[in-house]
Design a protein around this ligand. Structure first.
Ligand code: ADP
Ligand code: MG
Length: 221
């Protein structure tokens, strides 16, 4: 399993201000699988992603990424795991404005010490931005910027891709294209994908769907 989440719980705040967001969340994700996490606004979808990425600590339960239990790691260990095995894409494209498209695509793979020029070039071609490598992010449309973020996230061949409403800022046609590219590129490296989405249309493209409600998940059709 690439990802195992067991009895995950998360509360924010203390005493009277305490809010229990996740009560008991369990699911698994195998290599090459794609999973949509859906649920109402405020149901805790982003919280699940942050915990799995090791960006925040759980209040209970356990998370294993690629056989490594995140809760047992110190902060340096989770940073290392993120560099090596996990990629994250957000709604805001989060490209580095002072770097060209080419340098943005190479950025995480270089940090992780696994940069392969041929893989970066193949991804650029695949996402249709090979003609734009010398440009800066500001010269690109939103859809193009998110395609760069996808190439950047997959250049290091992560085991797990976490995507939080990755097409939330895009119009429907662009969103469909960007999602397709994301899934096609992830499939090439058998990268498992956990994607938060509001869109039933987009959720339908994934191999499985989970609905998060009242701090718990159930498989949705
Ligand atoms: P979703 O992504 O499904 O919209 P979130 O995971 O962002 O939901 O948030 C779930 C709940 O947790 C919300 O009520 C939100 O206000 C609360 N929450 C999220 N992050 C924090 C935080 N850092 N501190 C306190 N409350 C938070
Ligand atoms: Mg959210």
């Amino acid at each position: 399993m690439v990802l195992e989440v067991e009895n995950l719980a998360k509360s924010y705040g203390q005493g009277a201000a305490r809010t229990e967001v996740l009560r008991d969340v369990s699911f698994r994700l195998a290599a090459g699988e794609t999973l949509a996490l859906t649920g109402e606004s405020g149901s805790g979808k982003s919280t699940v992603l942050h915990l799995v990425a090791g960006l925040d600590r759980a209040s209970g339960g356990r998370i294993e990424v690629d056989g490594i239990e995140i809760g047992a790691l110190a902060d340096r260990g989770t940073a290392e795991l993120r560099r090596r095995s996990i990629a994250v894409i957000f709604q805001q494209f989060n490209l580095i404005p002072s770097l060209t498209v080419e340098a943005n695509i190479a950025f995480h793979a270089r940090l992780a010490g696994v940069f392969e020029p041929a893989r970066a070039a193949q991804l650029a071609e695949r996402i249709g931005l090979a003609q734009h490598l010398r440009k800066y992010p500001e010269a690109l449309s939103g859809g193009q910027q998110q395609r760069v973020a996808i190439a950047r996230s997959l250049a290091a061949r992560p085991k797990l891709l976490l995507a939080d409403e990755p097409t939330g800022n895009l119009d429907e046609d662009t969103a469909d294209l960007v999602l397709k590219l994301m899934l096609d590129c992830a499939a090439e490296t058998e990268t498992a994908v956990l994607m938060v989405t509001h869109s039933t249309r987009q959720a339908a493209r994934m191999s499985r769907r989970l609905l998060l409600s009242h701090g718990m998940v159930k498989e949705a059709v």
